[in-house]
Ligand binder design. Structure first.
Ligand SMILES: Nc1ncnc2c1ncn2[C@@H]1O[C@H](COP(=O)(O)OP(=O)(O)OP(=O)(O)O)[C@@H](O)[C@H]1O
Ligand SMILES: [Mg+2]
Ligand SMILES: [Mg+2]
Length: 696
């Protein structure tokens, strides 16, 4: 009904011109004393009599933009710019409105379609935008008001919608203003209705097209080239991602996606039906794939009793980060994405810290007292979604939630489920607490290290404590083995040649260097230890002549985790000291995966193919025993020496820059992509590829 729509343009939302009040401090000039002003009449740039250069700046310079004009003049204020992100925000506005209808339980199906000619349509089967005449805008339908008047909408009072993503009454009118052409079709009150616009201007009155028993709204539009630049077009992949996350956020909606195949340039499907009864838990599980995590995903949904308000979450922790970042929190309020976070994220962090700390108290783990929100979330991957009444966002693009209610609600609704989850399975709770306490101790140690570093009056060469250096003083003929974990470090120490081979064990996770900032790189203790051991300064003060070893050898387990760590290290060298790779100083050790024996005869196999080859040749016709190594730490020192470290017997793979240097970014991408198996395969391929130019 049209009464749901409050046209704020007519109500004095802007400060009223107040009646002149007596002024306490009398202005020096009598002429400025409060007096009724003459009625403002348009002044035709009349020069004021008092002469001077400022004359050009007078009342006539002050413009008042009417209708949708401000949107076209200053799109940045409404959609955050005119770039690709802003362009896709148009879709967000229209989709948000359809979602609001769904979350209010009036719509179930949303159809999104991008046609061949660049028109995007979003249709829902909700109540339909009201089409009856608007009481405050005679001669105009509510639909026309919604489309052409800023700050008009049905979401101001909470009568028509409870927890809506829309709240400003601006969204769809902005889309209209910035579209070269826009058609609205509404099915309601027994008819199909249609009205068309161009750049925000009506092309004609609303039409009653035909009788229809359907319900719903469709907005079909094409963004304006004049605003977004020639050739600006929606990216199917981006639209698809946006649509999919909406479906994850509300189980009660089905989103039907269709895209003209000629617009697709990647793996985005041309058609899909998006419906996720598993909600955010499914989304997170989808996203993390086969990544190993500290605990199973902790997910749930809680609603406030009595009044509107709900919170849904899914979170887990990964020791090695989540591909493109160490951790992430992706948050939503009323299904609107809030990339800059806000109060709901703050509440989530606070609730996690409180929950873990009180679990620590409960189990007498004293070290829990030192943990902070940063320790808990640095390696967390989380999706959170709140539904609240009257949310407050920063600006029309709603990138950040600012309602204090967001924090309160999340803390309140997460407390019990979190306590329950922790106490219900002490095994996972202890694993998580131990993991977070480790982060906290790391952080404190780092701070202390920094203080010590600063205190040192002279900066002489400082080697990290865990480095087992070789005894030869010059770099010639020496090697630094970077190994994964203390146990492998122990074996390597026994297996090495003390004169020329040094061992540096890396503990825990290494920072994901593909995306880390320079600051973060510097703070990462494992990586700064590595730079110290190598004797070089990372970044632009790097000098290859400082390198304390002739070769750098990365030695990790022959499994997926090992490959990930190797990928991180190779990325680190590419990013921070590429010269080491360009000069062919970085290698991968190739520890064997199998040991095959038949009586006194024994051989090691690098991988499955090598094993099969040996079985078909050396061991042909023999009764064999095959052992598989789980990791370097599991090998006896003598085995490790014989197979992987002894320069006379081992095979090393030199890391090279594949083609031109321009492909480094691409390589990093491939190394650091989300799929662990692809990465593993890549490393194997790369290792085999470089084996040919091996010198040992
Ligand atoms: N798909 C739809 N179904 C029903 N009503 C709609 C739909 N789209 C828009 N409306 C109505 O039009 C009004 C104006 O939409 P608009 O997007 O301009 O503002 P809003 O959603 O209220 O707030 P915001 O500016 O935050 O998006 C909405 O409040 C709602 O009443
Ligand atoms: Mg809206
Ligand atoms: Mg509006």
């Amino acid at each position: 009904m049209a009464d749901d729509l409050f046209a704020f343009n007519d109500t004095p939302e802007a400060p009223k011109p107040e009646a002149p009040k007596p002024v306490a401090v009398t202005p020096p000039q009598a002429a400025l004393a409060p007096a009724p002003k003459p009625a403002p009449t348009p002044v035709a740039a009349a020069p004021a009599p008092t002469a001077g250069a400022q004359n050009a700046y007078s009342a006539s310079s002050i413009e008042v933009l009417e209708g949708l004009e401000p949107v076209r003049k200053r799109p940045g204020m409404y959609i955050g710019g005119t770039d690709e992100r802003a362009l896709h925000h148009l879709f967000a506005e229209v989709l948000d409105n359809a979602m609001d209808e769904a979350v209010a339980r009036h719509a179930k199906l949303i159809t999104v379609e991008l046609d061949a000619d660049g028109y995007l349509s979003v249709r829902d089967d909700g109540r339909g935008i009201p089409v009856d005449p608007h009481p405050k805008h005679p001669g105009k339908s509510a639909l026309e008001v919604v489309m052409t008047v800023l700050h008009s909408g049905g979401k101001f009072s909470g009568k028509a919608y409870e927890t809506s993503g829309g709240l400003h009454g601006v969204g769809v009118s902005v889309v209209n203003a910035l579209s070269e052409h826009l058609d609205v079709t509404v099915w309601r009150d027994g008819f199909e209705w249609k009205q068309s616009f161009s750049r925000g201007n009506v092309l004609g009155p609303i039409q009653q097209v035909q009788p229809s028993r359907k319900r719903g709204t469709q907005i079909r539009f094409k963004p304006d080239d004049e605003i977004f630049g020639m050739g600006a077009a929606f990216k199917p992949a981006r639209l698809f991602r946006m649509a999919r996350s909406k479906a994850y956020l509300f189980r009660g909606v089905e989103i039907k996606w269709t895209c003209a195949p000629e617009r697709i340039t990647d793996t985005t499907p041309a058609q899909a039906l998006l419906h996720f009864p598993g909600g955010l838990a499914d989304a997170l599980i989808d996203r993390i794939g086969e990544l190993e995590t500290v605990t199973p995903t902790f997910a749930g949904r809680a609603e406030r009793q009595g009044e509107a308000g709900a919170f849904e979450w899914a979170v887990t922790w990964s020791p090695i980060g989540f591909g493109e970042a160490d951790g992430f929190i992706q948050s939503y309020c009323n299904t609107v994405s809030t990339p800059d976070g806000g109060t709901h994220e703050a509440g989530f962090r606070a609730a996690l810290v409180k929950g873990l700390k009180s679990y620590g108290e409960l189990t007498n783990e004293k070290r829990a007292a030192i943990i902070t929100a940063e320790d808990v979330t640095a390696n967390a991957g989380a999706l959170i979604s709140v539904f609240i009444r009257n949310p407050e966002f920063q600006g029309q693009t709603k990138d950040r939630l600012s309602s204090p209610e967001g924090a309160r609600l999340v803390e309140q609704l997460l407390r019990d489920p979190l306590d329950h989850w922790l106490t219900e399975s002490p095994k996972q709770a202890n694993a998580l607490l131990g993991f977070v306490v480790d982060r906290a101790e790391d952080r404190l140690r780092r701070r202390k290290d920094k203080e010590v570093q600063r205190a040192a009056a002279t900066r002489k060469l400082r080697l990290p404590g865990k480095l087992s250096d070789c005894s030869r003083q010059s770099a010639q003929g020496t090697e630094l083995f970077i190994v994964e974990g203390d146990s492998a470090g122990g074996s390597a120490k026994q297996a090495r040649d003390r004169t020329t081979q040094a061992i540096l064990p890396l503990r825990g996770k290494i920072l994901n260097v593909a995306s880390a900032t320079a600051d973060k790189l510097r703070q990462n203790i494992e990586l700064s230890d590595l730079a110290l051991a190598l004797g070089v300064q990372p970044g632009n003060r790097f000098n290859i002549d400082d390198l304390r070893y002739e070769r750098i050898v990365i030695m990790t387990d022959a499994d997926v985790d090992g490959a990930h760590i190797a990928a991180l290290l190779i990325t680190f060298f590419y990013r921070v000291m590429p010269e080491t790779i360009r000069q062919g100083r970085v290698f991968m050790a190739l520890p064997p995966l199998y040991r095959i024996s038949a009586g006194p005869l024994s051989e090691y196999a690098r991988d499955d193919a090598h094993r099969d080859e040996l079985l078909a040749t050396v061991f042909k016709g023999k009764k064999t025993e095959i052992g598989r190594f789980k990791g370097l730490g599991e090998m006896m020192a003598s085995q490790l020496k014989e197979t992987t470290m002894d320069p006379k017997k081992r095979t090393l793979a030199r890391i090279t820059v594949p083609d031109a240097e321009t492909s480094v970014e691409d390589l990093v991408e491939r190394l650091m992509g989300k799929r662990a198996d692809a990465r593993f395969q890549f490393i194997q391929e790369n290792a085999q590829f470089v084996k040919e130019d091996l010198d040992v």
